[in-house]
Design a protein around this ligand. Sequence first.
Ligand code: KIV
Ligand code: NA
Length: 278
Amino acid sequence: RKKVTIAHLHALRAARTPITMLTAYDYPTARACEAYGIDITLVGDSLAQVCLGYDSTTRLTLDELLHHTRAVARGSKTPLLVADMPFGTYLASPEDAVANAVRIVREGGAEGVKLEGGMEMVETVRRLTSVGIPVMAHVGLLPQRHVALSGYRMQGRDAESAMGVLKSALALEEAGAFAIVLEAIPQVLGSYISQRLRHTPTIGIGAGPGTDGQVLVWADMVGTWQGHQAKFVRRFAEVAKEVEKGVHAYAAAVRERSFPGPQESYEMPKAQWDKFER
Ligand code: KIV
Ligand code: NA
């Protein structure tokens, strides 16, 4: 498989071939994205909830993100590797964003960064792009702003807010974003924005089937996440059920001494044992 580049993503969009993106948080999940043909691996800041047990992405630090990005970078080589900029690492100024994005690329091994926001992020996206750091934008529902938004709610429901999402997407394309995540917006709006953009691929999560690609959180997709499940999630596997079966069976086997069995135990030559016992 050939290395996935930004040009390759543009070619997929032009060919109307859907782009596949998945989050990964560690070496094994990164290996799966590598081995099973995913186009973009995202070290999402959903890491905060699904791996680290925080109740909000706003708690994730840059150092925590870097630690996980390094592990993902070791496992995912062919997909384009993008990492989320944690809350607070790109908000103060474009300079601050550049300094932190440089760390994510240099220390983490990411090839691009993702950041949340609309018009207010245009200058920052322009700056990052101008110095050669590829930026994936993210509009619609912005999980880092869940408190300001009064929860994880669908965005762009009325004409005015839909226009706001569209204008943000157009401005972010103009600023140089190489792709745009559309989260939790009406499917008609997801399709419309995808068509209105000149060349920038859209990656939808709860934005309907009309976007240029789709992304899901790993733990939602494989069914390991036991918390709240958004409307836009489909579980493509039921790994949590397998984990439960496995843990129960293991503990039962240990307790009844059926594990380990002879084939899981090492032998010693009888002569050596006799000598040892003497
Ligand atoms: O953090 C995340 O997982 C994300 C994607 C789901 C888009 O931002
Ligand atoms: Na995120």
